[in-house]
Design a protein around this ligand. Structure first.
Ligand code: PXP
Length: 245
């Protein structure tokens, strides 16, 4: 049996355009309303330590206005945990964060940061916040994520998205399938994201264990041409068709 599949639209890049001018438009809060009208099942934002795109004000207003749910991506550091405890979003996804990176480059290193994540997951749980860990598609990491008490893993789909040959792409898809199954067996909900596009998403959406996709760059890019509502609707149609094929 397939789990139902949710589309979470990551709207960080709307804030990236705004911050390019340090102006007040385009406003990601207004974009979130239209993404929801286009069929988004939730809104994702990454509040980075350097505040390069999403600002604290955006998160506060989104929490007040989003009618689906807010998935807040965070590094598990003291400042972010304090904010998340205060805000109590529907879901927190812990991600690794490095200042110099253009975007999140790899999954969490559970060996190096396991103790911090164990405490962070417990802290969020105590507030009734659902937790996900962004991890590479390796079966051992699924068991480790379950041991840290997380509700879900978000499988890093970047290597699948970056594969340049059909063989490479199929090999990466195989890793995602195996990891999704291992996560389910470990009692975790399975999410996925990073680098997914209108062209490559269908094969990931067809993995029956996956119940949530987080997609940003491709949807915001298309929205420049067709508007965010239509861009969200077109992505939702592709993933639903893939799931029901
Ligand atoms: N999931 C996580 C954990 C991310 O950090 C990102 C990028 O912000 C995404 C999903 C979305 O990736 P993309 O913008 O390539 O769709």
């Amino acid at each position: 049996m397939s789990a139902p599949l949710r589309l979470y639209v990551n709207i960080d890049h709307v804030a990236t355009v705004r911050q390019a001018r340090r102006a007040d438009e385009p406003d990601p809060v207004r974009v979130a309303v239209l993404a929801e009208l286009g069929g988004a099942d939730g809104i994702t934002v990454h509040l980075r330590e350097d505040r390069r795109h999403i600002q604290d004000r955006d998160v506060r207003l989104l929490l007040d206005t989003v009618r689906t749910g807010v998935n807040l991506e965070l590094a598990a550091d003291e400042e972010m945990l304090r904010l998340a405890e205060d805000w109590r979003p529907m879901q927190v996804t812990f991600v690794p964060e490095r200042r110099q990176e253009v975007t999140t480059e790899g999954g969490l290193d559970l060996e190096e940061t396991g103790r911090r994540l164990l405490a962070a997951v417990a802290q969020m749980r105590a507030q009734g916040v659902r937790t996900a860990l962004f991890v590479d598609a390796r079966e051992d990491l699924m068991r480790a994520s379950a041991a840290l008490g997380a509700d879900a893993v978000e499988l890093h789909t970047g290597e699948y998205a970056n594969a340049r040959t059909p063989e490479g792409s199929s090999a990466q898809l195989g890793r995602l399938r195996a990891a999704a199954l291992a996560a389910r067996e470990a009692g975790l909900a399975v999410h996925a994201g990073h680098g997914l596009t209108y062209e490559n998403v269908a094969r990931v959406a067809a993995i029956p264990e996956i119940e949530e996709l987080n997609i940003g760059h491709a949807i915001i890019s298309r929205s420049v041409f067709v508007g965010i509502e239509r861009a969200a609707r077109e992505m939702k149609a592709i993933i639903m068709a893939a799931r029901h094929a």
